[in-house]
Design a protein around this ligand. Structure first.
Ligand SMILES: *Cc1c(COP(=O)(O)O)cnc(C)c1O
Length: 419
């Protein structure tokens, strides 16, 4: 007789159930998270996890790959269509693995890279000393202009002339403004650098035309598939006619062993979803909601880094507040709103405390959040942070959050395939 997970392993099953319940009953504002569709989950939980398939479709090191070849070709072709790229490799296990492959393909140990400072919104894999990228390469950094909270390309040009990087790294985890890849390209050309765009955060906006695309301007493009793109946890790298071959060997055998074929199947499903008009409408709503949330927070007297947002996220600036980023994250968590503390440019508190709070709209938009709801969420945040010691305020907000979540279950289908 076959046993279900809850019969065979009640401890793991109960923890999964509890997590599902948490996801359903909290307002999720972590800018890098989303809710995948039922079909994406189904592909993820499939028997494809049993298969070894080192190599690329048609050129594998193992037998029995005919069906996973079909799956990987579908994922790769859909990725190329979605982004309009010359080539794509869908095997990176994560965004960090995708970036490792780009560096391995393009650089030699000790080469200089120039990326956005971690404390200004960059990512660990862009040269942080605690990451392989910072240990292997000579990492230098640009930051945000302290006055405007934006990247100042003149300053980037000065730094590029000074450091002569082999590669300029663009993209961020907590930057609310548009990337000017044309501007970076001209700087890279002037100093003879390669240009790399890590669009892990904005990929979903890029493929729907809500953020400029780096394809055609950058030598390498990487992304995660699980943030605004709303696919399974994973990575993707894209290259040009000149860089794609080296990128493929950097992924395997350079950085990874066997690809996760069940995840690649789920990527294929998610890319097909992202090619649909419903996904374009979803992305537009993500932006509308971020605008509404940002303007209501400003109206309620809060400060935002760069005073607003062009994309799916914003950074609450608490450097003048008695409440730290950590305090704010904890207060909001008590009312059922999940966020993450974040450093701000010119950070004066420790990275474990911080003076910022990152807020994003992708997950809640998947759950049906409207412009009006977004203003309400901003009010919940403002009421909670202003009244963080007032139990009556906290109880009221907690109740309203719970009501909203009950009325907006996590959807199973994101696309109407009958249309
Ligand atoms: C999230 C992110 C990554 C890393 O993705 P993982 O899948 O967590 O490894 C890399 N770069 C940027 C800019 C990111 O935001």
């Amino acid at each position: 007789m076959s046993q279900t997970l809850s019969q065979q392993d009640p401890a793991v099953a109960a923890a999964i159930d509890a997590e599902l319940n948490r996801q359903a009953s909290d307002v999720e504002l972590i800018a890098s998270e989303n809710y995948v569709s039922g079909p994406v989950l189904e592909a993820l939980g499939s028997a494809l996890t049993n298969k070894y398939a080192e190599g690329l479709p048609g050129r594998r090191y193992y037998g029995g790959c005919e069906h996973v070849d079909t799956v990987e070709r579908l994922a790769r072709d859909r990725a190329k269509q979605l982004f309009g790229s010359y080539g794509a490799n869908v095997q990176p296990h994560s965004g960090a693995s995708a970036n490792a492959a780009v560096y391995l393909a393009a650089l030699k140990p000790g080469d200089t890279i120039l990326g956005l400072d971690l404390s200004h919104g960059g990512h660990l894999t862009h040269g942080s000393p605690v990451n392989m990228s910072g240990k292997t390469y000579n990492a230098t950094f640009y930051g945000l202009d302290p006055q405007t909270g934006r990247i100042d390309l003149d300053r980037v040009r000065d730094l590029a002339r000074e450091h002569r990087p082999r590669m300029i790294v663009t993209g961020a985890s907590a930057y609310a403004r548009t990337w000017d890849w044309g501007g970076f390209r001209s700087i890279a050309d002037e100093v003879g650098a390669l240009l790399f765009a890590d669009i892990a955060h904005v990929a979903g906006l890029v493929v729907t035309g809500h953020h400029p695309s780096p394809i055609g301007l950058c030598d390498y493009v990487s992304t995660t598939t699980h943030k605004t793109l709303r696919g399974p946890r994973g990575g993707l790298v894209m290259g040009t006619q000149g860089t794609m071959k080296g990128l493929n060997s950097a992924v395997f055998p350079g950085c990874q062993g066997g690809p996760l074929m069940h995840v690649i199947a789920a990527k294929a499903v998610a890319f097909a979803e992202a090619l649909r008009p419903e996904f374009a409408a979803y992305s537009a709503q993500v932006l509308t909601n971020a605008q509404a949330m940002a303007s209501q927070l400003l109206e309620r007297g809060f400060s935002l880094v760069s005073d607003g947002t062009d994309n799916h996220l914003m950074l609450l600036d608490l450097s003048e507040s008695e409440l730290s980023g950590k305090d704010a994250e904890e207060a909001l968590s008590r009312v059922g709103i999940t966020t993450n503390k974040n450093t701000v440019p010119g950070e004066r508190r420790s990275p474990f405390v911080t003076s910022g709070l990152r807020l994003g709209t992708p997950a809640m938009t998947t759950r049906g959040m409207t412009r009006e709801d977004s203003r309400r969420v901003a009010d919940w945040i403002a009421d909670t942070l202003n009244g963080s010691t007032d139990e009556a305020v906290l109880a009221r907000v907690r109740g309203e959050v719970a009501d909203w979540c009950r009325d907006h279950p996590i959807p199973v289908n994101h696309i109407d395939w009958s249309a």
